[in-house]
Design a protein around this ligand. Structure first.
Ligand code: FAD
Ligand code: NAP
Length: 311
């Protein structure tokens, strides 16, 4: 066997990537994980994971992901701390170019590149990124101790962020464009319970028009609510309106949906439109997008890759 050609390269080090690596090691595929710009993936910024089976102690996301990584490495996973910048799936031996310039040649690829935070798309939001606008409360919440902040969004991520910030900030506004929430009921109830104290305020049926600042930092948001415009004075805005699949580098190589999610199910559950290329986790999922479902897809992708190689 040509030593330069790998059996399996796994792109991404979230729950899908590490789980794929664990299964690929146990099948003797000697996988290489390219860990990407965010080692451990999206979960690493979240303070509490309450739904990982077997962990009723609700670990923080960073430690949970470290334990997955340690497991994968202990079984023999090779890790490249780099990012894939180009993919060529035009022949049986696939080529992946890393940002260092190194080219990996491999018989199978498991794409588990997850998703990246979406922003509102306002000019003023761009202007104040890092000056009061953030998409990660665990990373930046510290700067808002005893200050007033808003979280934009109505999904589980927005509620996780708002609950976390409610322990740090003086006041948290939850700004959402509808009245109904996508977030899990248990989280909605927890945040709702803080409203009586005045620490949390829901601003519903509301659209953020502009983030206002003094040039150096955020000072307010302008919100359109029920036909009128309201200005809320605050120090920080946390945008938690969902994520977009991180698949731009694959768009000319495999079939994607319009929103960038990878199409799978070509012959096996995780098979993409190109034979030997599999996808798992948030990059190929527009329904479930949970840590445990991503891990499950990672397992399936490794088993599918093994079957493909045996053939
Ligand atoms: P990700 O975790 O997104 O990981 C993607 C990986 O791909 C990263 O390592 C990244 O560096 C890498 N990558 C990207 N591009 C490249 C590239 N070009 N080259 C190499 N590597 C690349 N789910 C739960 O079940 N429970 C929770 O409590 C929970 N809390 C959450 C809290 C927040 C704030 C957020 C945002 C999400 C939460 N989720 C939770 C959802 C969960 O994080 C995701 O479903 C899960 O992380 C998806 O795993 P993944 O492996 O598919 O991708
Ligand atoms: P999400 O569930 O897609 O929710 C996104 C929210 O942002 C929705 O309320 C949406 O409003 C709003 N939104 C979207 N675009 C907007 C825009 N342009 N302007 C204003 N509001 C906008 O995303 P998420 O909360 O990031 O969660 C992603 C996945 O991770 C989900 O599957 C979730 O279950 C999972 N997750 C789980 C946990 C957990 O602890 N179990 C924690 C975090 C995330 P509409 O409702 O009106 O569409």
């Amino acid at each position: 066997m040509n030593q330069d050609i790998l059996n399996t390269v796994i792109i991404g080090s979230g729950p899908a990537g590490w789980t794929a690596a664990i299964y690929a090691c146990r099948s003797g595929l000697n996988p290489v994980v390219v860990s990407g710009p965010e080692v451990g993936g999206q979960l690493t910024t979240t303070p509490e994971i309450g739904n990982w089976p077997g962990r009723k102690d609700s670990p923080d996301g960073f430690s949970l992901m470290q334990s997955l990584q340690e497991h994968a490495v202990s079984l023999g996973t090779a890790v490249k701390s780099d990012t894939v910048v180009k993919a060529d799936f035009s022949s049986d031996i696939k080529e992946l170019t890393l940002s260092s310039g190194e080219v990996l040649k491999t018989r199978t690829v498991i794409i588990s590149t997850g998703a990246k935070a979406k922003y509102l798309g306002l000019e003023s939001e761009e202007k104040y990124k890092g000056k009061g606008v953030s998409a990660c409360a665990t990373c930046d919440g510290f700067f808002f101790r005893n200050k007033t902040v808003a979280v934009v969004g109505g999904g589980s991520a927005a509620f996780v962020e708002a609950l976390y910030l409610s322990n740090i900030a003086k006041k948290v506004y939850l700004i959402h464009r509808r009245e109904e929430f996508r977030a899990e009921k248990i989280m909605v109830d927890k945040l709702d319970a803080l409203r009586d104290s005045g620490k949390v305020e829901f601003v519903l049926n509301a659209k953020v028009n502009e983030i206002i600042g003094d040039g150096n930092k955020v000072t307010a948001v302008s919100v359109e609510q029920d036909g009128s415009v309201r200005k809320i004075e605050l120090d920080g805005v946390f945008v938690a309106i969902g994520h977009k699949a991180a698949t731009d580098i694959f768009k000319d190589q495999i079939e994607l949906y319009e929103d960038g999610v990878i199409k799978v199910g070509f012959g096996s559950a995780t098979q993409t439109s190109v034979k030997g290329v599999f996808a798992a986790g948030d990059c190929a999922d527009r329904v479930y997008r949970q840590a445990i479902t991503s891990a499950g897809e990672g397992c399936k992708a490794a088993l599918d890759a093994e079957k493909y190689l045996l053939r």
